[in-house]
Design a protein around this ligand. Sequence first.
Ligand code: NAD
Length: 262
Amino acid sequence: KKQRFIGKTAIITGAGSGIGRATAIKLAREGANVALFDLNLERTSSLADKLNKFRKDCALAIEVDTSDEKGMEEAVRRTVEHFGGLDVVFANAGINGVVGPIEELSLSDWERTMSVNLTGTFLTLKYTIPHLKDKGKGSIIITSSINGNTRFASFGWSTYSTTKAGQVAFAKMAALELAKFKIRVNVICPGAIATNIDETTEMNEEVEAIVIPIEFPDGAQPLADGPGKPDNVADLVSFLASDESIHITGAQIVIDGAESLL
Ligand code: NAD
């Protein structure tokens, strides 16, 4: 059994559900201390309890909105104080937000998705980078989406897709900027993964009638019977977090069972 993260500490944003949760479990099982950042403290606390039973004091649940600067600064400070350093950062929290035709979107619809998906990613890096520099190396992984640019287009998803494309550009710039500090930054682009994210999609009835939902022929990705599993993505994130990917930085990795090739 692999134990790639003994003595390492990881921050996972959006750790209460889906991809973040699966990744937190995987990293903790391989020896990492994990700081579980999420808006939903109930979910992360119960996950932390389970992980702490598995290995004493390996998990810390922190209630934070990744788009809130003061909150993020404090959450990162608490993590480093608690675990004594930082090695891995998974900037993963995200929402679908309001989906609909551009002229139907309000400015606040636009700004909220921007602020969670893009500003949240910025703040996650801004406040963690100094601690990775202290260690002299580190690995950052950002969750974008195939909507970030490999899928041609999805009707109604302009705001979400813009944030996801922005994350790809941001990851590449960060990778270049941080290479001399031995801090790697990679961005993953999942296709449909079975999580709770659809709960964050908002459409009013008027909009719902216009938006064409994403559909897969036979409801499947070419490689699988349905959408991917959070665990599939967690395996990729663990690889990128570990020294097995020591020469990989600035990479954009698609994980979609060939969905974007349809
Ligand atoms: P999810 O909804 O199951 O989990 C996301 C978690 O993030 C939730 O626990 C939620 O409470 C938390 N969160 C949301 N906004 C937050 C904020 N402002 N601050 C802190 N926590 C916040 O969704 P998921 O599918 O696991 O999504 C994770 C990432 O994967 C997102 O960035 C999403 O865009 C991306 N993604 C998902 C899919 C998919 O099909 N599920 C596909 C491509 C990309």
